[in-house]
Design a protein around this ligand. Structure first.
Ligand code: F3S
Ligand code: F3S
Length: 105
């Protein structure tokens, strides 16, 4: 799967959403999350993110390794909705993200 990391927090550019053929990039309050089972590893989202927040799971930079779990665990309650657009924005974040101070530009 691909993973969205810290640089997305409080940016939410959303260019990635347009690229995903399976609509598996879900919106939380402060960042977006990729569904680990719904992502087909097409990689189309990765180059379009202006802040380079998206990585293949094996390529996540060391300092953001925990974002693999952040993406996976975001779906503990949601399960596998099978499409982000139909459920829309969620009004919560993974606890790790919710606890972050506001991220500057
Ligand atoms: Fe976030 Fe980049 Fe997508 S900032 S919303 S991962 S384009
Ligand atoms: Fe979609 Fe990116 Fe995966 S475009 S299928 S989330 S690699």
């Amino acid at each position: 799967t691909y993973v969205i990391a810290l640089p997305c927090v409080d940016v939410l550019d959303k260019a990635c959403i347009e690229e995903c053929p399976v609509d598996c990039i879900y919106e939380g309050e402060r960042m977006l999350y990729i569904h680990p089972d719904e992502c087909v590893d097409c990689g189309a989202c990765e180059p379009v993110c202006p802040v380079e927040a998206i990585y293949y799971e094996d390529d996540v930079p060391e300092q953001w390794k925990q974002y693999y779990d952040v993406n996976v665990d975001f779906f503990n309650e949601l399960g596998s909705p099978g499409g982000a657009s139909k459920i829309g924005k969620q009004n919560f974040d993974h606890p790790v993200v919710a606890a972050l101070p506001p991220q500057a530009e």
